[in-house]
Design a protein around this ligand. Structure first.
Ligand code: ATP
Ligand code: MG
Length: 267
């Protein structure tokens, strides 16, 4: 059975794309079948997977708004060992076009239905906003992973994100769950990091992943080579942290009983 994660936080630059690309590569390295969906018009996850966003014939835009199927558009076997549904600036138009389409919140979920069983894990890289693209990601997902940068304004905005997730759960996708909050760019020598980390634990308890991702230059360098950090520098602290996160997610999945999927309305 496949599990679909939305990686989301409307705050910009908190490590959503870095997490999506490196977690996808880490799980692919453990021989899981992985699909990455780039749902951000910035196309950073596409470039970071070694695919030129300026040279795409088709993208996730054509799947959401046009006639293309997910299986037409997916690119098999990228540099990180996972498959990719790529994105570029075309997707900006989808934010608006989607509003007037039938089953607008379910476009991604419905498009995925034909290929989701080809994968053990699907990771959706969301844009830094709570727009219709993000709603599509949350409607298609089983689980939400929220990267949080442990800095002063980290908690600002989390309340509206949690509210959006609760709304989607109530109205569109009852099985959606916040699986985990991931501390990114973590620096234990910084007292602010520790204070934010303690606050996250207070509010979210065991839903804060044990693994945190350190600030590591290799994670920042790897995308300019079109590679996940694992392929760029396997032994870097950043690569090892994402491998450890993949291990934590796999252990969590083992501990969970197989859940009965409730039937969805409005599909
Ligand atoms: P956006 O909201 O624009 O989509 P994002 O949440 O996807 O941003 P990233 O693009 O993953 O964030 O990260 C923002 C910047 O920080 C990038 O330049 C990235 O290379 C860098 N970065 C992310 N995580 C780390 C880390 N652990 N150590 C060092 N640099 C990092
Ligand atoms: Mg991003």
């Amino acid at each position: 059975m496949s599990k679909v994660f939305a990686i989301t936080n409307q705050k910009g630059g908190v490590g959503k794309t870095t997490t999506t690309v490196n977690l996808a590569a880490s799980l692919a390295a453990t021989r899981r079948r992985v699909l990455l969906i780039d749902l951000d018009p910035q196309g950073n996850a596409t470039m970071g997977s070694g695919i030129d966003k300026y040279a795409l014939d088709y993208s996730i835009y054509d799947v959401l708004v046009g006639d293309a199927t997910a299986s037409d558009v997916r690119m098999l076997g990228t540099s990180g060992g996972y498959d990719l549904l790529p994105a570029n600036a075309d997707l900006t138009a989808a934010e608006v076009t989607l509003i007037s389409l039938a089953s607008r919140e379910y476009r991604l979920k419905n498009a995925l239905a034909t290929i989701v069983e080809d994968y053990d894990y699907v990771f959706i890289d969301c844009p830094p906003s709570l727009n219709m693209l993000t709603v599509n990601a949350l409607t298609a997902a089983d689980a939400v992973l929220i990267p949080v940068q442990c800095e002063y304004y980290a908690l600002e905005g989390l309340a509206s994100l949690i509210q959006t997730i609760e709304d989607v759960k109530r109205l569109l996708n009852p099985r959606l769950a916040i699986e985990g909050l991931l501390r990114t760019m973590y620096d234990p020598r910084n007292s602010l990091t520790n204070a934010v980390s303690a606050q996250l634990r207070k509010y979210f308890g065991s839903r804060v992943y044990r693994v945190s991702i350190p600030r590591n230059i290799r994670l920042a360098e790897a995308p300019s080579h079109g590679l996940p950090a694992l392929a760029y520098d396997r032994n870097s602290k950043g690569s090892l942290a994402y491998l450890a996160l993949a291990g934590e997610i796999l252990r969590q999945a083992k501990a969970e009983p197989e859940q009965q999927q409730p039937e969805q309305a409005g599909q």
